[in-house]
Design a protein around this ligand. Structure first.
Ligand code: NAD
Ligand code: WQD
Length: 348
């Protein structure tokens, strides 16, 4: 049995990817997660959905000694790593830059040391559309040069990609794909797993669902005077299950590459741009529930418009998004509706 290691497997995107790996491949999947932004119950829910119990190594990836010890317990050959584990809250990264540089970069470096130690050749990195910064050229292609990072978080993703490229350029026998996700939203169709923001959500969709559920009094739309058709920002919202599938196809693609050293980057989005107002209107229409909202000031660091050119992923990874914005927003609401409200409120 060959193993795929998924770091951050209890997290939002990692948990959905584990389900797709179980459904679409025969690999043994092992997670590494210290639950710094998730809970162990995710693995119970994955088991309910798939019938498989995922083994998790509960270790801080930044602790190399503990990581090496944990990995030494994996006896089957490790075919590849999908590295999700990182801190992701943009605003928090502005307030606590060192914890982001430490966690996001040290964890990446340590996973690469593990690759060297154990001769693991296939590696997928969670990058982000935020690497592009405030660009003029839209939609962004993988060739669009980076503008300066808008936050320490975005900077960790720019540096992460550079680290990977440098490692491959140094001649390491590694095949690496950095996937630049646009705005992941939605949840598994069962409503059993989804995004679990701890505290006040930063991202739009968790705020929309919590406002609709009455957990928040209202959603504030950050700015309605942008140079866009309805004055609110445009983004490329991608269903998390489509995103999860991109990882399975990216792994298969890497396995097929004959060159011993390879590095490339791929935009993972839908290629569509939707405004904040469109998201609210669509959510209300498909779920038949109101989202109390007010127009507020622009949020610092927000760029007016960002969406992906997705031709490269389609042509090379043979992947494209299939699920609609409507589906994403129905799935997000199902997840919110099924959440144990008491447990979530406890953490707010
Ligand atoms: P998440 O916070 O839900 O999941 C990350 C998981 O990693 C969590 O379960 C957390 O406990 C774990 N983790 C973090 N640091 C760790 C460490 N040092 N050791 C062990 N475990 C650790 O985040 P997500 O939304 O699933 O994002 C996954 C990846 O995708 C991240 O790298 C993120 O930066 C990237 N990304 C996310 C988005 C998004 O909007 N969700 C967009 C673009 C890129
Ligand atoms: C979307 C739109 C807000 C909340 C972030 C990261 C990016 C990537 C994806 C990790 C924007 C508006 C939001 C609210 C609002 N993540 N909004 N009211 O900022 O596009 O991207 O997540 O890599 O790096 O920056 O996502 O969900 O925060 O915002 O009006 O309460 O919703 O202004 O236009 P963003 P978001």
């Amino acid at each position: 049995m060959q193993t795929i290691i998924v770091t951050g497997g209890a997290g939002y995107i990692g948990s959905h990817t584990i389900i797709e790996l179980i459904n679409q491949t025969t690999y043994d999947v092992i997670s590494i997660d210290n639950f710094s932004n998730s809970t162990p119950q995710t693995f119970d829910r994955i088991e309910t959905i798939t019938g498989k119990r995922i083994r998790n190594l509960n270790v801080d990836i930044c602790n190399l000694e503990a990581l090496e010890f944990a990995i030494s317990s994996v006896k089957s050959p490790i075919l590849g790593i999908i590295h999700f584990a990182a801190f992701k809250a943009v605003g928090d990264s502005v307030l606590n830059p060192l914890s982001y540089y430490h966690n996001n970069l040290e964890s990446l470096v340590n996973m690469l040391k593990i690759c060297k130690l154990k001769n693991i050749q296939n590696f997928i990195f969670s990058s982000s559309c935020s690497v592009y910064g405030n660009v003029d050229q839209l939609p962004v292609t993988e060739e669009t040069p980076f503008a300066p990072a808008e936050s320490p978080y975005a900077h960790t993703k720019q540096i992460g990609e550079e680290i990977l490229n440098d490692v491959v350029l140094s001649g390491a026998k590694m095949k690496v794909a950095a996937l630049r996700y646009f705005n992941p939203i939605g949840a598994h169709a069962t409503g059993l797993i989804g995004e679990l923001p701890l505290g006040v959500p930063n991202n739009l969709i968790p705020f929309v669902t919590q406002a609709a559920a009455g957990i928040r009094s209202h959603l504030t739309v950050f700015g309605s005077d942008y140079p866009t058709p309805d004055g609110t920002c445009l983004r490329d919202y991608i269903h998390v299950v489509d995103l999860a599938e991109a990882h399975v196809l990216a792994l298969k693609f890497l396995f097929g590459i004959k060159e011993p050293s390879y590095y490339d980057v791929f935009n993972i989005g839908t290629g569509n741009a939707n405004s904040v107002k469109e998201v609210i209107d669509t959510f209300e229409r498909v779920n038949k529930i109101k989202v109390p909202n007010v127009i507020g000031e622009r949020r610092q660091g927000d760029i007016p418009t960002l969406w992906a050119d997705v031709k490269k992923a389609k042509n090379i990874l043979l992947w494209e998004a299939k699920l609609s914005l409507e589906q994403s927003l129905m799935d997000a609401w199902r997840w919110q509706s099924k959440l144990n409200t008491a447990r979530v409120i406890e953490k707010i």
